[in-house]
Structure formats: C-alpha cells, structure tokens
Design a protein around this ligand. Sequence first.
Ligand SMILES: Nc1ncnc2c1ncn2[C@@H]1O[C@H](COP(=O)(O)OP(=O)(O)O)[C@@H](O)[C@H]1O
Ligand SMILES: [Mg+2]
Length: 316
Amino acid sequence: MKEKIAVLMGGRSLEREVSLRSGRRVTEALAEAGYRVVPLDVTPDLVATLRSEKPDAVYVALHGKDGEDGTIQELLEFLGIRYTGPGVVASALAWDKALSKRLFGRDGIPTPPWVAFTAASFKHMGAATALDLVSDAVGGFPLVVKPASQGSALGLTKVTSEDGLPSALLDALSYGDTVLVERWIDGTEIAVSVIDGDGGPEVLPPVEMVPRSGVFDFSAMYTPGETDYYVPARLPEETLASVRSLARRVHELLGCRHVSRVDMVVDEDGAPFVLECNTSPGMTETSLLPMAAQAAGLGFQDLVERLVRMALDAVE
Ligand SMILES: Nc1ncnc2c1ncn2[C@@H]1O[C@H](COP(=O)(O)OP(=O)(O)O)[C@@H](O)[C@H]1O
Ligand SMILES: [Mg+2]
C-alpha cells in the first residue's frame, strides 16, 4: 500500500457541489492507484479527524471560499500537513481578482481594463454618485460586473448600458465585499493549465470553450454537452505560443506551486487578455485541467498522482 492521503472536499462554499464531484473523482483515482484514501467533507470535525487520521498528505479538492483563498492552506501549514496546490500567499492573491489584476498590470500581463469598488465605498463614501464615470474608465459598454472573489461565474453579469449597472453591482456585492467592473472582451475563451515539472512549470495545451448558449456560465461549465471543447484551442501557432507563455508568467508571478489554471479571452485581433488564475482547478468530468492533461498524454489518474507526489515530496 502507498501513502495515506486525505481528500478534502465539499465544505460550505457556493461551489460545494462542484467540489464534491472533484473530490469523489480524485478519491477514486487515488484508490485505484493504490493509496490509502480518506475522503473528508469539510465540517467542524476536520481538525480532529486530520489529527487522528494523520495522513501523509492532503489533496485539496475544495473550490471557492475557504478552500481556494488561503484559509485551508494556512490551517494545514499550522497542522504541519503537506498538501497539493499553491500555498497561502499565492492562493490569497489569485482568489482576489482585483489584487491579481493589479499585479498583472505591474508586470505587463494584459488584462481587461477594470475598476474595483468595495461595499464600504458605496455605503460610506458615496461611490454610487460616480457610476456615470464607470463605463469610460473601462473603455465603454459592454462590460462585465463580477465579485472580485468568487468562482464558477457566480454573481457575474454582462452589462450593455448604464441602466444595468446598479443592479449588477448590487448582485455582485451580495457575493462578497469587493466588486470588479471590467471591459467585456469578445473573442475566443481559453483556459491554460500549468503544472510543475522537473524542469520548472510545464504549460499544458490551451483548451478552448465554446458554450452552446453563448455564455460560459455555471450550467455551461458543469453540464456535459452544453459546451464544446477544443484541445488545443483553434488559434494560430504564434497565439498558442504567446498564451502559453502568459500562463507560465502568471503562475510564477503569483507564486503558484504544483498547479494552476489561467483563464483568458483572445480577442478578434488575436490579442490575449488574462481574466484570472485558479489555484484549485476543477477535477470534474467536464473540467478543463484534466482535459488539458489528457491532451498532453497525462490521464486523470496520472495527473492526480503527480500532484500528490509533489505534495509528498514538498520540503517542509
Ligand atoms: N472581461 C470579460 N470578457 C469576456 N468574458 C468574460 C469577462 N469576464 C468574465 N467573462 C466570462 O465569464 C466567465 C467567468 O469569469 P472569470 O473571470 O473566469 O471568473 P470565475 O471563473 O472565477 O467565475 C469567463 O469564463 C468568461 O466566459
Ligand atoms: Mg474562470
């Protein structure tokens, strides 16, 4: 028997159901590969269970708040348990899209023009009186309003005129404290996954997503048949090379380790824009990282085992 691995899944985030699907699949793959697997839905017993089970490593199959924002990572560091995926700082930076975008801007990584507001700026500082300035600040309509920290396109609205702005902002703010307004980029949607290897971060083939409804929302992400996927993305060789290099730069800039997935849109002129970096990419049947890995010759079980080996070999 190989090492004992606890797979953390579920929890209380809005992406609980997605995480359970990722976690169950990871659990099966690890069991098939011969590991002793302890699947754990995250509840208030988590710490006690981890202390009694004493796993050799944890596979973090949590998505969203508390699982992808540095919270669980900080707790695992405290408990001295090795785990898969980026550490505390990278998780926290990537989870906050507004902060990530500031870092992208500083490093010359293209990202759609944006502005960010906190709930306090509306409640206590009168930001609502300046909504007329918003569209110019991001380069005009259409634009997208989304919570700065959320996943699976939750709380996201495409806004085509001034009238749509207040309700979109309110909606996004019901998901978290900071809201992002960003220029909408029409073009090809891609996800570029990065996985660490012996020679440094290795970029997997970019995956192109074409939702049949036209919008890559929650349902398009997780319902088989609702989205068509192309691997590698149907883009010119030089564009593929440039988005691969961008993904690697984002992975390194945010200080990610083991794995990350960078979401981008390539506009009609072939210019790429980075939307965000995911530090706990989905592992469901319709997820993009496993698809990219498969295209690179790495099956699901090999992918999971590679991530677990990285966690087990991590230097304390
Ligand atoms: N600026 C944008 N231009 C075009 N499409 C966008 C933009 N921002 C978000 N989207 C769409 O919404 C989806 C989710 O947005 P994203 O920023 O990746 O957040 P998350 O996946 O964390 O919810 C994207 O995959 C894309 O389809
Ligand atoms: Mg995304």
